[in-house]
Ligand binder design. Structure first.
Ligand code: PMP
Ligand code: GLN
Length: 404
């Protein structure tokens, strides 16, 4: 279940995807919707490919002009500042490539990079590949008196512990809000204050930015005073418009930072798919006009996911797998302590394999989102993805009912 790269072991999530396919399991593993994107972006894509010949040829390497313009306008309104579409925005092959370009461009040999745990699992190998040294700071669950249902909000960063991780070698802090796998919406001011105090960059992965629940609001760290100049904000059309296969993402930040990412982009992929960018641009143009109204997809998608979150939480609770309610994103972690076994392999890895092979339900072990140092302390949780058709969640429920 591990992949070896440069003598380092990395968790191989592909193995779980393969197992899920082999066993034809009900798939609440990898994070993608099992339904189509909204019609307005599908129509925009069809229109793009049936339009002129230009849509089938290269576009501007750093981003299709209509897309960078609407991204600058959209995010400029949110952070309350002018964003230059040609200098401050880079379109990438999904958020994944934006992350890769950011680490390659900004991290040098020996730089320390603070990563909040649990973290989206590519951060660690990407930091190492760039020559950096990951330094981890965990979100820790605190027990909250009188709260019946655990929430991702109960997982907190200790400001003192975070502060203690900064050294003269610290180059950047990586955050992911809302977080994958936990759903935590990060407490940003303490992070921002430390970034400013130590003159450190912030790489902020905000691919689930539209998905928050229970009145939680997504806040962009780039919009806090003193942070624009030092932040790269990363987003994904795959998560924004439920179209993960289009692989359109972006990085937004000051010209000085983005120009360094552009150099990496130019050396790696040079240009991204034109028609997909055109469709994403049309999608954002529509959303710009409808922003904050009930017709907006950025209102409708979280409303739909809120119901799915409730549905999954009640199935898991009934099966004795206590869920941690996410404040955002589309994943939920659940506690498997009642099913503990003893073995050399981390408990959650074993449990996930058992769940796929014996029960036909695919999930992801949460210790895969931890550094090897901390993995064993967090191996009682598994992650469920709930951006799935109700029929898929019902099929999962049928399986979970066999637990009690
Ligand atoms: N960051 C996080 C936190 C993710 O969960 C994902 C997975 N979608 C990505 C980045 C990569 O996004 P994309 O599919 O746009 O490459
Ligand atoms: N972001 C999705 C997830 O966390 C998919 C990315 C991946 O499979 N590496 O499951």
């Amino acid at each position: 279940s591990f992949l070896v790269l440069d003598g380092q072991f990395y968790t191989n999530r592909l193995e779980f995807a393969r197992l899920a396919a082999d066993y034809k399991a009900v798939n609440l593993g990898q994070g993608f919707p099992d339904f189509s994107p909204p019609e307005f972006v599908q129509d925009a894509f069809c229109k793009a490919v049936s339009g002129g010949h230009q849509m089938h040829q290269y576009t501007r390497p750093f981003g299709h002009p209509p897309l960078v313009h609407i991204l600058a306008k959209f995010f400029g309104r949110i952070v309350g500042r002018e964003i230059d579409p040609l200098e401050d925005v880079l379109v990438t092959v999904g958020a994944y490539q934006a992350l890769f370009c950011a680490f390659q461009a900004l991290i040098e040999e020996g730089d320390e990079v603070i990563i909040v745990e649990p973290f989206f699992d590519c951060y660690q190998p990407m930091v190492k590949k760039a020559g950096g040294k990951p330094v981890y700071v965990p979100l820790r669950p605190v027990s909250v008196e009188g709260s019946a249902v655990p929430s991702s909000g109960d997982w907190v960063l200790s400001p003192e512990e975070l502060a203690s991780k900064f050294t003269p070698r610290t180059k950047a802090v990586v955050i992911n809000t809302p977080n994958n796998p936990l759903g935590k919406t990060e407490e940003l001011q303490v992070i921002a204050d430390l970034c400013i105090k130590h003159d450190v960059l912030c790489i902020s992965d905000e691919v689930y930015e539209w998905l928050t629940y229970d009145g939680n609001k997504h806040v962009k760290i780039a919009g806090l005073p003193g942070m624009w100049e030092r932040t790269v904000t990363i987003g994904s059309a795959g998560k924004t418009f439920s179209a993960t296969g289009w692989k359109v993402g972006w990085a937004i930040g000051s010209e000085q930072i983005i120009q360094r990412l552009k150099a990496m982009h130019q050396m790696s992929v040079f240009d991204c798919a034109t028609a997909a960018q055109e469709a994403v641009a049309r999608g954002f143009e529509r959303e710009y006009e409808l922003f904050g109204t009930p017709e907006s997809y950025f209102q409708q998608l979280p409303a739909m996911l809120h119901q799915k979150r409730e549905k999954l939480a009640s199935c898991l609770g009934g099966a004795g797998l206590q869920p941690v309610m996410p404040e955002g994103g589309y994943f939920m972690i659940a506690d498997t302590s009642d099913f503990m076994s003893t073995d050399d392999e981390p408990h959650d890895f074993r449990f996930v394999k058992w769940l796929i092979k014996e029960k036909g339900l695919a999930t992801i072990p949460v210790s895969a989102f931890y550094s090897p140092e901390h993995r064993k302390d967090f191996d009682k949780y598994i992650r469920f993805c709930f951006i799935k058709e109700d029929s898929t969640l019902d099929a999962a429920d049928d399986i979970l009912r066999t637990f009690s």
